[in-house]
Design a protein. Structure first.
Length: 72
């Protein structure tokens, strides 16, 4: 697995950076495409559904994992 890469997204009107490994970014973008959403829109979906004690990057990793598991 590669080192995390930072990407800027807009969340609730504010720019923020999220660090994820390239493999997670790729999978996350694929999920967004399949759902006909922009990456920013899917980040918002994950953000709205996460526990306040869970970091956004962690929530995205879990979201990607659950999406992969549900596809089996």
């Amino acid at each position: 697995m590669s080192r995390p890469a930072k990407h800027s997204v807009t969340l609730r009107g504010h720019r923020t950076s999220i660090s994820l490994e390239p493999e997670f970014w790729s999978a996350f973008r694929d999920i967004a495409r399949r759902r006909s959403l922009s990456t920013n829109a899917l980040v918002s979906v994950v953000d709205e559904g996460r526990d306040p004690d869970t970091g956004l990057a962690s929530a995205i990793r879990v979201y990607v994992l659950k999406s992969a598991l549900s596809a089996d």
